[in-house]
Design a protein around this ligand. Structure first.
Ligand code: ADP
Ligand code: MG
Length: 326
């Protein structure tokens, strides 16, 4: 069946039928607006990300289920980067009329599975026909106590810079996809990233972190955002960048350009006061995630990159910018 046969409202009903009830949702899908009851003492964090066919995804690379998961994951990652717990989300979709119904069924199954895993409930959205490709816009809402919300702006000279997991994998996976590879660790990291929700919340609740961001545009670019917002500089040691074995196998000859500027890893990049490294290591271990110290915050501006031999390093490219040069 094609979407055109089901119609807009048939599709919305089909989506709604698979959404579980939640006590915080007084009114969900179906009215002009959703009504949500906030958790007492918490503020709402709200964030939005678009995914466009041909810009962010290629339907020949990924199945609808995985695309649905990723579309939510990238938004949950932003909620996590504030130290907040995901609660609700809205879904806007623009779909060409000839899209098969199985596409949307698979997409919703992936999205709602991921939503269930992280405790987020779909509460509304918008649906329209597209004359171009598929466009997806997710708006996610999270909650946290106001004093625990982690911003980009709190880094101070002397802080240590940490990152969870490994970096560069998603960009290396994209390179593989362009080269015809369709599976493996790196490809999965590109198509199906894991939002670091447990780690983000645990870091916020431990009160350890001075500034945090998720790595969506590359370590260098995203650390640059922390530095600008905090009014500080940083020193990054390339030898300390956490690289997966699969990444080393793919990019080992020249590992730093992609590890520094490759986007979409959705790891957490954060700063802590010097001396708190053991606490952070224990906390990340408790949620099953490795963490690495990769540098330190300095007074001043700019990021100094130190190569493994101690010399200064200049990257060929800073990071992803939608309006930047290709
Ligand atoms: P309106 O015309 O008043 O904006 P719509 O007809 O667009 O309302 O939507 C009807 C209901 O269905 C609303 O509650 C809206 O939030 C929900 N909805 C529409 N599209 C989606 C979607 N893609 N996912 C989830 N809910 C949706
Ligand atoms: Mg209306």
């Amino acid at each position: 069946m094609k979407l055109a046969e089901l119609g807009e409202f048939g599709l919305i009903d089909r989506i709604k039928a698979n959404v579980a009830a939640s006590p915080s949702v007084l009114l969900g899908i179906g009215d002009d607006a959703a009504a949500l009851s906030p958790t007492p003492g918490q503020v709402t964090l709200i964030t939005s990300d678009m995914l466009l066919e041909g810009v962010h995804f290629d339907l020949s690379f990924c199945d609808p289920f995985t695309l649905g998961r990723k579309s939510l994951s990238v938004n949950l990652s932003d909620v996590a980067a504030m130290g907040a717990r995901p609660r609700h989300f809205l879904l806007g979709v623009a779909l060409p009329k000839d899209v098969p119904l199985e596409f949307m069924d698979g997409f919703m199954a992936g999205m709602l599975e991921q939503a269930g895993r992280y405790g987020a409930t779909l509460v509304g959205g918008d649906t329209c026909a597209s004359k171009g490709g598929v466009a997806i816009s997710v708006t996610a809402l999270g909650e946290q106590r106001p004093e625990l919300v982690l911003k980009r702006s709190g880094a101070r000279p002397g802080d240590v810079v940490c990152v969870t997991g490994t970096v560069g994998d998603a960009a290396a996976g994209l390179k593989q996809l362009f080269g015809g590879v369709r599976e493996g660790f790196l490809v999965r990291r590109q198509l199906d990233p894991t939002p670091r929700v447990e780690a983000g919340v645990a870091l916020a609740e431990a009160g350890l972190v001075t500034a945090m961001i998720d790595v969506s545009d590359g370590v260098l670019q995203d650390l640059g955002h922390i530095c600008e917002m905090s009014g500080v500089g940083a020193r990054l040691e390339l030898a300390r960048l956490p690289l997966s074995d699969a990444y080393r196998a793919e990019c080992g000859a020249d590992p730093y350009p992609l590890a520094l500027s490759g986007g979409e890893d959705y790891e957490l990049l954060f700063c802590i006061p010097a001396g708190r490294e053991p606490d952070v290591a224990a906390l990340c271990a408790s949620v099953g995630l490795p963490v690495s110290v990769i540098g330190e915050i300095k007074a001043g501006t700019g990021i100094e990159l130190v190569a493994p031999d101690g010399s200064s390093y200049t990257p060929p490219r800073r990071g992803f910018d939608h309006f930047g040069a290709d």
